[in-house]
Design a protein around this ligand. Sequence first.
Ligand code: NAD
Length: 439
Amino acid sequence: MEKKEIKIEEPKGKLGVLLPGLGAVSTTFIAGVAAVRKGISKPIGSVTQMGTIRLGKRTDNRVPKIKDFIPLTDLDNLVFGSWDIFEDNCYQAAKNAGVLDRYLLEQIKPELEAVKPWKAIFDQKYVKKLEGKHVKSAPTKWELAEQVREDMQNFKRENDLQRMAMVWCGSTEVYLEPDNPIYRDLASFEKAMKENHPGIAPSMLYAYAAIAEGVPYANGAPNLSVDFPAMLEFAISKGVPICGKDFKTGQTLMKTILAPGLKARYLGLNGWFSTNILGNRDGEVLDDPESFKSKEVSKLGVLEHILQPDVYPDLYGDMYHKVRIDYYPPRGDNKEGWDSIDIFGWLGYPMQIKINFLCRDSILAAPIVLDLILFLDLAGRTGMKGIQEWLSFYFKSPMFAQGLYPEHDLFIQLMKLKNTLRHLKGEELITHLGLEYYD
Ligand SMILES: NC(=O)c1ccc[n+]([C@@H]2O[C@H](COP(=O)([O-])OP(=O)(O)OC[C@H]3O[C@@H](n4cnc5c(N)ncnc54)[C@H](O)[C@@H]3O)[C@@H](O)[C@H]2O)c1
């Protein structure tokens, strides 16, 4: 079959990595890249760095690394920029976050100290538990977004960057109802920015600024940020790829690994009780009921979409799903999650599964940030725009096109991601059809 390769611009020069929020996830990500560049550590958990992709028939024996198959920006060409409400540079912020050990941080201290956050767009109405002084001021939200655009332009010029990509790593903002008329189209949204409408949260202003500058944007938190029609309209008109929401780490990652397995064997589910304790700043922010609501909505959708109770009422019609998060300072970034799962099998006989995941949140999130930056940059160089559903793999609550539904099954998500890469390079898509003996 003739190959139909899509034109992908080469990743020449430097790529600016823009991170609103210089907390546990961002600093762990930046420190990790610095450590990998120096050969101190390996990029474990990153699909772009460790992943392989099978091409052609199994007998062809073609399984290159993803980074050798598709043109991705080299780690040496990443330059970091960030905004935060605290003035601490990346080294100090990483020390405060307490995720990585001092010994590692000392070895990459100069690289980390070089990342100094710009003043943030911040309003305590949207993150009740935080108070910061390193913030911008302007008469309108529109002008605040303009200031972020200026930061981006200066950063690009000063560092001689060819391209940029942004991932929101700021705190989870309070829940905002998505059906507000100001989100319906770009004209209404821009008018609302100029009128300081309370429906416009800081994360939306960063997203707006990114799209206005033609910069791809991903949202690592569960707040709306870019997930509404006005932003989609803007992204499409500017030819910018966007995706979100909420990095899929920890407990939800486990859920999207296990639930498809139960469904594949048609095992029923009566209930799934998930509880977490965590003691980092993210945990403190989520201790506020309004920020927790954003997280809860994002976490709850997962089982419903994977298990399809409407299609399988006998198996999943009565399932009870509960998610709790409790702030517990002694644990710091090392979260503990418990899942108590009540399933049933043949003739309805009940069984139980217990999961106790002692995970490290930011260690799981950092490679996601790296992959999103590199894949969004690839999407930008390929001319892909709007929602990037092939990146659903990375999110708890993937954004999806109107009229569709989100894909939560981790294994379908991975197949979608790899098939998208095969498609871009004009390779045959892999369907796993078992027809070898009929050739
Ligand atoms: N760690 C994970 O596994 C994980 C998983 C899913 C989602 N997330 C989300 O990722 C985000 C980052 O997580 P984290 O653990 O690094 O949290 P964190 O609290 O350590 O860091 C967030 C940083 O954002 C800053 N910030 C808040 N509002 C800001 C604004 N308007 N502009 C600029 N900076 C702002 C805070 O000062 C803080 O330094 C959170 O929203 C979290 O819910 C994290």
